[in-house]
Ligand binder design. Structure first.
Ligand code: FRU
Length: 460
């Protein structure tokens, strides 16, 4: 057991014990960052009674665990308090919308309000007496209606919010509208729907600046923004970039979801049910995600815990307007201890060089590779290949003309366990292309439920 505890992360957010999944309702209020999350208070596996656990921080890095914020108590959430989001009502403070699993095991949307708005820790939450405020509409089954987003103020001064759903063989963002945040009416059509995906879990919908890394509040709507629509299906978080037309209550993506691995993903590792929030302190949008591990149920039970939250990431629109860019928040520097630097290291083909003096399981690495000769690069037509397949077909041990080169991370002394993060350079139609892959197929000798194959991280 002692040995296994060494796999516990000390950088990432984790409760002291038990199962954790989705981040819920991240926000900043009166000088304090809040993170709620799906938590099983009774064990290390996903449970029949899921609750909202609550932690607070001044820097998004060091966290204090508070009492649980929402637990099943009422007929409308007696079987679990599932995922949801926080919205700050101008002049009134934050409100939580969450999915309750009711006495009939049906998914309904509920509201909760802070008991004491002058408490920056928002320690106590009161459930709204008239809950539920939304129940599954016609055509949507009681197990396909969940995970409300942060709401936004639309062009007509009314609130809009989306709920993840599945109806008529379509995954969708079911749209609700309200004048007072209490009485909600379903919009006739979803904000977006598609036959090419399954049920949408934990949707997220937010504006991004067209020409700045700064974030904007969720209700911002002007010429200077595009809108991101994110949804969780097939175990991954996928997103589209596009235009929000409030007058029509429609989302028009630049590229629709295709339901294939060509769709844009936030992350190609274990990362799911993520959620962003606007941090008004530093004018940035921050992304949290659940790092769902691959340990077996037996190992989870033996460890006594499962799951962690990603390091919060600053997220913005790439200059091309075609994809998002993410970077760990700058506060991560607080976690940096000893710095080990190496310069001008020549790496011969086929060689492995060990970076000494670091704790390999907790290292933040910045590396620049300089390649002497790019002419040799093989040709690749990026519109014709799936980077995902390219990473899998040629894993870290298969030699190409320019690559693979990179890092063997989390490696044991004898290299029987290792995670290769590797690159290959190709000649594209217009310039050079970098393929970045990670190969977790050898990351553990322990048998895993879903080692997740080899993943393309990005091709640009
Ligand atoms: C996503 C999810 C959500 C749901 C929650 C329950 O991981 O399945 O759709 O609200 O987890 O914990």
């Amino acid at each position: 057991l002692q040995e296994q505890q060494s796999y516990r992360s000390s950088f990432h957010f984790q409760p002291p014990k038990n199962w954790l999944n989705d981040p819920n309702g991240p926000m900043w209020y009166k000088g304090v960052y809040h993170l709620f999350y799906q938590y099983n208070p009774y064990g290390a596996l996903f449970g029949d009674v899921m609750i909202w656990a609550h932690s607070v921080s001044h820097d998004l890095i060091n966290w204090i665990h508070l009492n649980h914020a929402l637990c099943p108590t009422e007929p409308y959430d007696i079987n679990s308090c599932w995922s949801g989001s926080a919205t700050t009502l101008p002049g009134k403070g934050p409100v939580i919308l969450y999915t309750g699993i009711d006495a009939n095991h049906c998914q309904v949307q509920n509201m909760a309000l802070p008991k004491n708005l002058s408490d920056p820790l928002l320690e106590e939450w009161i459930k709204f007496a008239q809950n539920p405020i939304m129940t599954p509409p016609d055509g949507v089954e009681g197990n396909n209606f969940r995970d409300p987003t942060t709401a936004w103020l639309s062009h007509d001064g009314k609130w809009s919010v989306i709920i993840g759903g599945w109806s008529n063989n379509q995954g969708m963002a079911i749209l609700y509208r309200s004048e007072d945040f209490v009485n909600w009416t379903k919009n006739q059509d979803p904000l977006y729907s598609t036959e090419r995906t399954g049920m949408w879990e934990c949707p997220d919908f937010y504006p991004v600046s067209v020409n700045s890394t700064d974030g904007v509040d969720t209700s911002v709507l002007n010429e200077g923004v595009k809108h991101v629509m994110k949804a969780g299906f097939n175990s991954h978080d996928y997103y589209m970039i596009g235009t929000y037309v409030p007058e029509m209550e429609k989302y028009i993506p630049d590229n629709d979801f295709t339901g294939t691995s060509m769709d844009l993903r936030y992350d190609h590792g274990k990362f799911y049910a993520s959620k962003t929030f606007f941090d008004s302190v530093k004018n940035r949008r921050i992304l949290w995600g659940w790092v769902n591990e691959s340990d077996s149920r037996e190992d989870d039970m033996e460890k006594g815990w499962s799951g962690l939250q990603s390091i919060p990431r600053h997220i913005w629109l790439d200059r091309s307007g075609k994809q998002l860019v993410q970077w760990p928040i700058e506060e991560i520097s607080k976690l940096h201890g000893k710095k080990v630097s190496l310069f001008h290291k020549k790496l011969d083909s086929g060689s492995i060089f060990e970076v000494q003096g670091i704790t390999a399981s907790q290292a933040d690495v910045e590396v620049v590779f300089e390649l002497p000769e790019l002419q040799e690069a093989e040709f690749l037509n990026p519109t014709a290949v799936d980077p995902q397949l390219l990473c899998t077909d040629a894993n870290a041990s298969i030699k190409g003309r320019l690559g693979p080169f990179g890092l063997l991370t989390l490696a044991t002394k004898d290299l029987t366990e290792q995670t290769a993060i590797f690159f290959r350079i190709f000649k594209g139609l217009k310039g050079y292309l970098v393929l970045m892959c990670s190969d977790p197929s050898r990351f553990s000798l322990v048998s895993l439920t879903d080692p997740n194959g080899i993943e393309a991280l990005n091709i640009k």
